[in-house]
Design a protein around this ligand. Structure first.
Ligand code: LMG
Ligand code: NDP
Ligand code: PMR
Length: 400
């Protein structure tokens, strides 16, 4: 069947290329009109994944710290990293709905984790935690508004004062404004999508890196949620408007929309593009973290595309017709749909599964829910761009 999927709609023939299942020569191939190969295939069936499959279908048990599984972990030749018997402590941003909540639920049920739900709406978070039945002793709600760098700093302080070690940080929260005609801005005046999804998380993860370094946990991780739609080596990433950071001129100018464009590439405001650009920043940041800190700290840095969770609050600003048609479209046509539960189990694996401990990886899952190391688009894996995004971000959040 190969990696190209195809359907014919009237006279339009689409070559659908599943992300990850491509070769270098097809990287960034255009959507509509290009790559019309393997004519005659009439089904969407996702491709043979060439990358290593590291987990099986068994996604119902998300936890798993190696030392609790069995046998002799504390031997004389114990590895350098100290094994601990305590629960892991994981901060999840945006744990009050969608993927973040489902991940908190999966980890909370395992009994192996204490979840710090870092949320902008304290009461909603508390209500949702109860609604999905996370045992009381396994979570704490803490206030965090990623659209305010002041709030991010306060959160880091408050967390530190709680005295809890930090073992895993999950940067999950996001906003998406597909129908906005004009930009909105964060407290510090950055365009809202990039300001929240990228800059807020950039500052948060930089501040909390110090806490992670101090932890004696056996597998410390920073996970930044990415997406297929930021990757132009996929069909989904080729639906306009496409992600493109350009030469970062708007970003370097501070994205304030006053004397400079609110878009990273310096162009006209486009809410859907701003979201996709923010996801590219997320994926670039993960890789830059890996290059700068993995060796020194042993911390695992990872990103992922959990699948298309077409029912979450992410689409709350979209038109009603979209909200109605998008889930069945993803379920029956692209077959990229995943439930919030399934997506939560996937992210929970990246938090806790020993077989997903590799650093610098962008994880994805095939239709059998087997994880694999996916390939990012050219832009989302460009080390030069990652370095520039990092350096500009440092200035904007006043770390440099
Ligand atoms: C941009 O437009 C906006 O400009 C921007 O402001 C922002 O909103 C952004 O990403 C958000 O979108 C994107 C625009 C461009 O895409 C669309 O407008 C597509 C329409 C929206 C589609 C929503 C998903 C619902 C799909 C409906 C499908 C119907 C099926 C219902 C389910 C039934 C299940 C039994 O997009 C493009 O330029 C690309 C356009 C390519 C068009 C080709 C579409 C074919 C894809 C396959 C779908 C075929 C469905 C028809 C077949 C039905 C057979 C049963
Ligand atoms: P949801 O809208 O359900 O969840 C997003 C969460 O982020 C919400 O809990 C929201 O809080 C929180 N949030 C938004 N703004 C802020 C802020 N300023 N400060 C703190 N928290 C904030 O969407 P999803 O669960 O779908 O999205 C989660 C992640 O998954 C995102 O990173 C998204 O990019 C990614 N993703 C989603 C896909 C999908 O198909 N849905 C596909 C690929 C990636 P509140 O509950 O108060 O609204
Ligand atoms: Mg997309 C294999 C095909 C595939 C997948 C996996 C996604 C995921 N989408 C696919 C195909 C298509 N989408 C096609 C063919 C179309 C044209 C009809 C299409 C359209 C579309 C729209 C309008 N898709 C969207 C939108 C959104 O507004 C969503 C978006 O881009 O948000 C930034 C979206 C998404 N499609 C996805 C995923 C995962 C999204 C949610 C975006 C994200 O979280 O990154």
């Amino acid at each position: 069947m190969g990696t190209l999927l195809q359907t014919h709609i009237g006279s339009v023939a689409l070559a659908l290329q599943k992300e990850g299942g491509h070769s270098a020569s097809t990287k960034d191939s255009a959507f509509l009109g290009v790559s019309l190969v393997e004519h005659g295939k009439k089904e969407f069936s996702f491709p043979v994944i060439r990358a290593k499959k590291v987990t099986s279908r068994n996604t119902s048990v998300p936890r798993i710290r190696a030392q609790t599984v069995a046998a002799p972990v504390e031997t004389k030749e114990a590895p350098a990293s100290k094994k601990t018997d305590r629960k892991g402590n994981v901060i999840i941003t945006g744990a009050s709905s969608g993927l973040g909540l489902a991940t908190a639920k999966a980890l909370g049920e395992s009994g192996e984790w204490h979840i710090i739900m870092a949320c902008r709406d304290f009461l909603k978070a508390e209500r949702m935690a109860r609604a999905v039945g996370i045992p009381k002793e396994n979570y704490t709600v803490m206030h965090l508004d990623l659209a305010s760098l002041e709030s991010v700093r306060q959160f880091a302080d408050t967390f530190r004062r709680s005295g809890r070690p930090l073992d895993v940080l999950v940067c999950n929260a996001a906003v998406y404004f597909p129908t906005a005609k004009v930009p909105t801005f964060t407290a510090e005046g950055f365009e809202m999508s990039v300001g929240t999804n990228h800059l807020g998380h950039f500052l948060l993860s930089r501040l909390l890196l110090e806490d992670l370094k101090k932890s004696d946990f056996d597998s410390k991780r920073v996970i930044i949620v990415g997406s297929i739609t930021g990757n132009t080596n996929t069909l989904a990433g080729n639906i306009p408007p496409k992600a493109n950071l350009g030469d970062l001129r708007g970003f370097a100018g501070g994205l304030n929309g006053v004397n400079i464009s609110p878009m990273i590439d310096g162009g006209e405001f486009d809410g859907a593009k701003a979201y996709k650009d923010s996801k590219v920043c997320n994926m670039l940041t993960m890789q830059e973290f890996h290059r700068r800190y993995h060796e020194e700290t042993g911390i695992t840095f990872a990103s992922l595309y959990p699948g298309c969770i077409a029912t979450t609050g992410l689409f709350r600003e979209h038109i009603p017709l979209f909200k109605l048609l998008f889930p069945p479209f993803q379920k029956y046509i692209t077959k990229g749909f995943v439930s919030e539960d399934e997506a939560g189990k996937r992210l929970a694996q990246v938090v806790s599964n020993p077989s997903l401990a590799k650093s610098g990886v962008y994880w994805s899952w095939n239709n059998n829910s087997a994880s694999f190391e996916n390939q990012l688009s050219e832009e989302a894996s460009d080390p030069e761009k990652a370095k520039k995004v990092w350096e500009i971000s440092e200035k904007l959040v006043e770390l440099a």
